[in-house]
Design a protein around this ligand. Structure first.
Ligand SMILES: [Zn+2]
Length: 211
């Protein structure tokens, strides 16, 4: 906690002062251009990797950057927290882009392979990860016996991004704007140890390094 308190003071006296005009401009309204959906992982920092300032990104984070398929009446509150944030960003804030950002060494993605004996101790996480069950099925279909765990992780993390974009396209108001080219949807994969970011090329069906 001490480091947090020291950080608050440093922010107020240095960073805030440096961007004082920006914070004053943001006082009454926000107009973020992008809805950024990322994993809750502490090593993924959306504003840092995109060099964005306050007011630019509307950020939604959860374990494994999962997007529940669209439900007009959410089945439970856990699902509605993410769907409500998406709805608000697109319908009220009218963002121009949605980024779904996954990352390397994702504990959430790895957890979908944990046995029930482990997941039963974290029942809420277990329930949440059920939303990515189809990712697990697709990855296991694609892997062959000589593939190692590293390949499985990498494939799961990247396939999960593609799958969550498909889930986004179950939202009627997103499909409408996407078809009218009023909304961009981008899949992004961030590698923690190299700082590299890969963007999904839907035509080629693969992630390409951003240079
Ligand atoms: Zn993660």
């Amino acid at each position: 906690m001490e480091s947090i308190l020291a950080g608050l003071i440093k922010f107020r006296t240095q960073d805030y002062e440096e961007h004082k005009n920006l914070f004053c401009r943001l006082k009454n309204r926000q107009e973020p251009h992008t809805l950024f959906i990322a994993c809750s992982d502490s090593r993924v920092v959306p504003e840092l990797i995109t060099k964005s300032l306050p007011g630019e990104l509307f950020v939604v984070r959860n374990i494994a950057n999962i997007i529940p398929k669209y439900h007009q009446v959410p089945e439970d509150l856990m699902v509605s927290a993410t769907t409500a944030a998406i709805e608000y960003a697109v319908q009220v804030l009218k963002v121009k882009s949605i980024i779904v950002c996954g990352h390397s060494n994702c504990g959430g993605c790895a957890s979908i392979y944990l046995p029930d004996t482990v997941l039963d101790n974290i029942p809420n996480v277990k329930k949440w990860l059920e939303l990515a069950e189809n990712v697990k099925t697709r990855v296991l279909d694609e892997l062959d016996s000589k593939d190692d765990q590293m390949k499985r992780e990498w494939l799961t993390e990247q396939m999960n991004i593609v799958e969550q974009i498909k889930h986004l396209l179950t939202y009627p108001f997103i499909v409408e704007k996407f078809n009218k080219k009023e909304l961009d949807i981008v899949g992004m994969y961030y590698t923690i140890e190299t700082g590299e970011v890969f963007i999904y090329n839907a035509v080629k069906g693969l992630f390409e390094l951003v240079n």
